[in-house]
Each structure stands twice: as C-alpha cells, then as structure tokens.
Design a protein. Sequence first.
Length: 348
Amino acid sequence: MLHSPIQTDAVIIGAGPVGLFQVFELGLLEIKAHVIDSLPEIGGQCIELYPDKPIYDIPAIPVCTGRELTNNLLKQIEPFGAQFHLGQEVTKLEPQPDGRFLISTSLDQHFLSKTVFIAAGVGAFQPRTLNLDGIEAFDDKQIFYHVKNPEQFINKKIVICGGGDSALDWSLYFADKASSLTLIHRRDEFKASPKSIAKMRELCANHQIQLMIGQITGYDLVQDRISQVAVTDIEGNTKSIPVDDLLIFFGLSPKLGPIADWDLEIQRKQIVVDTEKFQTSVPGIYAVGDINIYPGKKKLILSGFHEAALAAFAAAQYLNPEKPIQLQYTTTSPKLHKVLGVKPPTFE
C-alpha cells in the first residue's frame, strides 16, 4: 500500500558535499529540498572514505578534513531546513502525468517532487561484505560494517578485518578497550596513514593487538552464535580465533543500481548532462558531481559545487518559466540576507 507521498519542489539524491551544496544553492533561490542517501550518515565519500584525511583543494580553505568540510556545509545550509532521509536507497523514479516525479525508497518512503537532483557520487555505496555461506544472518548482530555505537564492543573479543584507515583507526581505538583484539588482513601491507600503521605495529609488539595475515575461511557456532572464526594464511595453514564481534572494513563498492533503470542517457556508468543546466536527458532531472559526465569533466569537489550552482538556477527557471531569475550576490542583496537570516553588512 502506497503511503501519501511527501510533496516537495526538489529531492536531492546524495548527501555528500555536492549534495549539501546543492541544498545551499537551491535555498538561495527559495527552493526547499529533501535529501536521500543510502549511507547512514551525512557526508558521502568524505565521511565514509577519508573523514580525517586532509583536503587541500577547497577554495579559500587551505586544508580541512572530510569531516570538517561536511560540518561546515551543514552549518552553511542550516537556514534552509533541509530534511534528510538516511540509510535508504532510491529504488524507483517514475515520471507522473503532471510532470512531477514519484520517488520511492528501500524503506518504503515516497516523494512527489517537481525536480530531482542526482548527486550520488559514483553511485550508491554498499559495504563489501564477508563472503561466507550463511554469514549474512549475523549482520548487525555479531558482524558489523559500520561502528555506530563503540560502547557495545568494549570488553569483547573483537576481530577486525581490513587494511585501510577504518580498520586501523578502530583497531587503535579498541586496543585497550577490548578483552582481545585481532586484526586480520590478506597481506602485510596497509593502505592507511603511516602514523596509524606505525602505532599498530607498536601495539602488536606489545601484544595489545594480534595481527594475522590471511583471510577468514570459516566459522563455528555455539547456541546459534559465532564462537570462533577460521583464518587461513597464504601457505594454507588455518588457525581458529575466538570472537564475540567481527568488524569488517573491506571498503565500499559503488553501484549505479536502480539509476540505470530511470531512462536517463548513460555513458560508462555515468549520467550524461549538458553544461548549461546540468540537466539530464529528462527535463526536470539534474545530475551534479561525480555521477555525471560531459566533455572536459573533472571529478573534483569544486567542480561539483560549480555544477550545483548552475543546476539550481536552471531548476528555478524550470519551476517558474514565466519568472525571470536574477543573479544576486550574498554580499549586497537584502533578499538573500533575509533568506540566510543574517544582518545586512554596514560599509563605512
């Protein structure tokens, strides 16, 4: 049964930096937006892949982390009251007879929107999972691909799998909080910050972390719970490790997913847009950021910001074709000051 859809002028698919800046540019034009993202947290790749790594190419910000950039963007869009719908993937986008779009999500939410902005990065991110028969039955029970509540793992026998920043960061965090901690990676090389790698090696030398080079190849159950995992090294030797909880950080796999079924023109798994409006082949649907493709495309955050600005102006004209859209400046426009909720500047 279809619940009454949320009616809005704009839906943004993707809550990464470009999606957040799209909220801002639409807000300046008094267009309110709802934002949907498949990830459980706002910030997209910046939060999932490099929350604490420095970014150096944001204009006027010499250096910031992915988390800082996300927090600053959230602060910037506060005046516009965007509503976020996280942890759900857009499964359907259906044009309606009146020109609007009916959007459905994996959590059975529905939106009826006049415009749609696809800011989905390289697609909907899904965690790469542990590939063992029947293991999915323990998702969010003993197997976790995100750490939402660190407290639940304290004093537990933890096994962490992976060789990137997330795996090492959580290994360092839990090293003195778990009853035992084993880090498993398929090779003795790590794609993490040198400082984290050095600290992990130090903790291994002090027996606070046990490092195993190999892969999980099986598991044993006691009373319908995983009691231990089998780890096989590159020489084929297998050892059993007692475990309460497994934290898996194999990275994220971007998937175009249902977007491929929305009758949009696509090249090399990217959405074709024009460079005047950043409109797709379907009027009223725009694509900004890494998801789009056009001649000369550069996959940079700052490029996405530029695209979001032009897409917002195009959408404002699309929504009100009889109303001329004037370019105004936040420095001098009383109207924009009111929209932003700021006091007009005084010049002496």
